[in-house]
Write a protein that binds this ligand. Structure first.
Ligand SMILES: NC(=O)c1ccc[n+]([C@@H]2O[C@H](COP(=O)([O-])OP(=O)(O)OC[C@H]3O[C@@H](n4cnc5c(N)ncnc54)[C@H](O)[C@@H]3O)[C@@H](O)[C@H]2O)c1
Ligand SMILES: O=C(O)[C@H](O)COP(=O)(O)O
Length: 303
């Protein structure tokens, strides 16, 4: 549905299930007032849902936090390897009739230091896989327990230490006000010259203009990006068209297996929320005052 169609139709439904391409704005939530009770995000990131407006409209927001974890981690590893070996550039060149073996000499992963920024579900699965590739893995996450990292053979370090020591950096934190554009001119300046960056988290954690500057100067040798601040990015985006950048159109969760799992996970979560059973696990539950939650649950049970 287009945003206009969604606004026109949302009031006919008790629940709305979306992927990342649909923005559940204050306008959508207000248009749904009176009937809409649950917003289901068929995936992890809930940065496309206005949680405050949902809470004010009496809507629970639930997500599908686990079913696409491995798909996203596998895509991160795929991008890491493709980037290091110039796979997309060499593929395009060969299809254009150019056999350029010298131009596309790559770099090895084995023995290199990989910094995982955000050591949650996806980040820790990327870490496991990177250990299998012989990489030295460090991680930064202000909330992750050190023993979880240790069990995987990764070391938790500060933000500054992670970005300063890494040959490769893989981003796995959610987009929040605190993580917006944390990768910017200042942080790129503190990285090793020739660092390589993978982003399967959210485009908004990177200042994309700063990344273009860092790529142009050679500070960042390469980037592999699945996500962008604006999706789809502009056709003439300097970042997307940069010769040292490998891109995919937000495919991290797009495997047959992950989408089947997500569909089941979100159907169960939305069904549970509509029956009033899963209210406590709703993403915005902590924002709903206890007395409002009780009333909401009563309403949900009545429907
Ligand atoms: N490209 C895709 O298709 C795709 C697929 C799945 C997830 N994602 C993105 O990846 C993100 C992570 O997914 P997940 O399932 O691992 O979520 P998660 O909640 O399990 O992990 C996120 C981790 O980030 C940490 N974190 C929070 N703030 C941080 C900060 N300032 N610095 C470092 N770490 C911080 C959290 O403590 C948590 O451990 C999602 O929010 C989503 O945006 C993208
Ligand atoms: O946050 C997520 O789960 C991913 O970005 C996947 O989003 P999508 O299901 O809209 O592709």
């Amino acid at each position: 549905m287009s945003p206009a169609e969604l606004l026109a139709k949302v009031a006919q439904f008790d629940a709305l299930i979306v992927r990342s391409g649909t923005k559940v704005t204050r306008g959508v939530l207000e248009a749904g007032r009176g009937r809409l009770r649950v917003v289901g995000r068929a995936g992890v990131g809930i940065d496309n849902v206005d949680l405050q407006a949902a809470t004010e409209a009496g809507c629970l927001v639930v997500n599908a936090p686990t079913a696409n974890t491995v798909a996203a981690a596998e895509h991160g590893i795929a991008l890491l390897a493709c980037m290091a070996r110039n796979v997309s550039q060499a593929d395009a060149a060969l299809k254009a009739g150019k056999w350029q073996r010298a131009k596309y000499v790559g770099v090895s992963l084995v023995g290199k230091t990989l910094a995982i920024m955000g050591f949650g579900k996806v980040g820790s699965e990327v870490a496991r896989r990177a250990k299998g590739l012989g990489m030295h893995v460090i991680a930064h996450d202000p909330y992750a327990p050190a023993d979880k990292a240790r069990a995987i053979g990764a070391e938790l370090v500060s933000f500054e230490e992670a970005i300063a020591k890494a040959d490769f950096i893989s981003l796995h934190m959610p987009l929040t006000p605190a993580t917006s554009k944390v990768f910017n001119d200042e942080s790129f300046g503190k990285m090793k010259t020739g660092v390589r960056i993978v982003n399967v988290a959210r485009g908004g954690v990177i200042d994309e203009d700063a990344l273009v500057r860092a790529l142009d100067s050679g500070k960042v040798a390469q980037a592999a990006l699945d996500v962008f601040t604006v999706e789809p990015p502009a056709k003439d985006s300097k970042l997307v068209l940069h010769e040292n950048v490998t891109v995919t159109p937000h495919l991290g969760a797009s495997t047959v297996e992950a989408q089947e799992g997500v569909a089941i996970e979100i159907a169960e979560a939305v069904g549970g929320a509509l029956r009033g059973e899963l209210a406590a696990t709703a993403v915005n539950a902590p924002m709903v005052p206890a007395e409002v939650r009780t009333k909401l649950l009563e309403k949900l049970r009545c429907r």
